[in-house]
Ligand binder design. Structure first.
Ligand code: ATP
Ligand code: MG
Length: 392
């Protein structure tokens, strides 16, 4: 009679007019994919929400884990846990008590009924009153409060069923992955770039990533870290695949061919060009980096302009105005901080000049770049690129 359910609420996607149905379908498909290891019977759209029907016999703890997982999926603003039941008043009473038992401590509450079909004879106001009165009998020490109660018990009558829930947690919001086109993210094993990728995925972009490894001049430690980071991002559907580029030899060549102070800019311009070529392969429309203004030498306005000039795609920098402390906080929430904090020989630290240029002039950069056989290098690098797949 009472089937455990979890409801994913969304709102931005609700605002998208005629796109709404396709956005909802995307969120539904993403949830289906991400919940495949949970005891789920089916996932369906019901009147402005997505309902996850949980297998009979699933315990409370697992249902909570499922709700937590749903709350981290882009597009979900709130997740409620409760029960699906038949459309009878007596059944609502029991379901409301069950839902309240799941919701934890509270002092005040209200009932909020919604009726999608007027074929149910009792209107919302009346449901509120009757279920509320019943709950007052069961919980005499709790008080009804219309404004900001600790707990809201929802009773939603939708078609031939009803959905009753009280436990709600906040979701991360944003748009479902896949709603905003494809991008290519430059993913180091550092703290910032995983956060940048996650932010852009939360705006609905399908993200692939490219990692430049110092191999064969360094070990492959950074590649293992990036794979671990990608697994974390994959748990919520935020990453699709990672390209790994052995880049050490090219850095060594660049170090030998250009003035020391321009090396870093030159590495970065080449990274951007390779990333752009990989993006083209999968119809990606923009690059994404974890840069934040002024954080390190390569992240001055002049240097950013000098690297952007290497490509014609827009380059998104979701962290440009974000402080390191804020980025660290977000990386911790995301679960990538501990991985990123491990030491790895980054390809950027390899062949680092003592005094990198902080205000590169485009003219000097372009002149130095002429010495590099880029027309040979780029296809060579692309051919040596390896792929890690994370099917979403
Ligand atoms: P992060 O913590 O993301 O590594 P950072 O503060 O260390 O950033 P930089 O090393 O200057 O800054 O890198 C700036 C951005 O360039 C990174 O956020 C990332 O997007 C890209 N990047 C740097 N190194 C690599 C790499 N080895 N592979 C792929 N992208 C890289
Ligand atoms: Mg770095």
């Amino acid at each position: 009679m009472f089937q455990r359910i979890c409801l994913a609420h969304y709102h931005e996607i609700g605002l998208k007019g005629h796109n709404r149905a396709s956005f909802e379908m995307r969120l539904l498909k993403n949830l289906e994919q991400l919940l495949r290891d949970f005891p789920v019977v089916t996932i369906k759209r019901i009147s402005g929400r997505i309902c996850i029907y949980i297998k009979e016999g699933t315990d409370y703890a697992l249902a909570c884990d499922l709700a937590n997982q749903v709350s981290k999926v882009p597009g979900v603003v709130r997740v409620s846990s409760g029960y699906k039941c038949t459309r009878e008043l007596e059944v609502f009473y029991k379901a409301a008590v069950l839902a309240i038992e799941d919701a934890g401590e509270f002092l005040s509450f209200k009932v909020q009924a919604r009726r999608n079909h007027t074929d149910f004879p009792i209107d919302s106001m009346e449901i509120n009153r009757l279920v509320g009165a019943h709950l007052c009998d069961v919980y005499p020490d709790k008080k009804v409060q219309m404004k900001d109660p600790d707990l809201t018990v929802a009773v939603e009558v939708v078609q031939s069923s009803a959905y009753v829930y009280a436990r709600s947690i906040v979701g991360i919001g944003g748009l479902p992955v896949g709603a905003s086109g494809r991008v290519m993210c430059l993913l180091s094993s550092g703290i910032d770039s995983p956060v940048a990728l996650w932010r852009i995925a939360r705006r609905g972009a399908t993200c692939s990533a490219v990692h430049f490894s110092g191999r064969p001049q360094t070990s492959s430690t950074s590649e293992f870290l990036v794979a671990d980071i990608a697994r974390v991002l994959q748990e919520t559907g935020c990453i699709k695949r990672v390209y790994v580029v052995p880049f050490g030899d090219y850095q060594r060549e660049i170090a030998a061919l250009v003035p020391p102070e321009l090396r870093v800019i030159m590495y970065r311009r080449l990274m951007f060009k390779v990333a752009e070529a990989l993006a083209h392969r999968e119809r990606g429309r923009a690059l994404v980096t974890g840069e934040s203004l002024g954080q390190v030498a390569s992240q001055t306005l002049d240097n950013i302009a000098a690297t952007d000039e290497a490509v014609s795609m827009p380059v998104f920098r979701p962290l440009i105005g974000t402080d390191k402390q804020e980025i660290i906080k977000e990386a911790k929430q995301l679960g990538t901080f501990d991985i990123s904090s491990q030491d790895a020989p980054d390809c950027c630290t390899l062949f680092m000049p003592r005094n990198p240029e902080t205000h590169a002039r485009l003219h000097d950069v372009l002149e130095a770049e002429e010495k590099l056989p880029l027309a040979d290098w780029i296809p060579e690098i692309l051919a040596a690129t390896e792929l890690l797949n994370f099917h979403v």
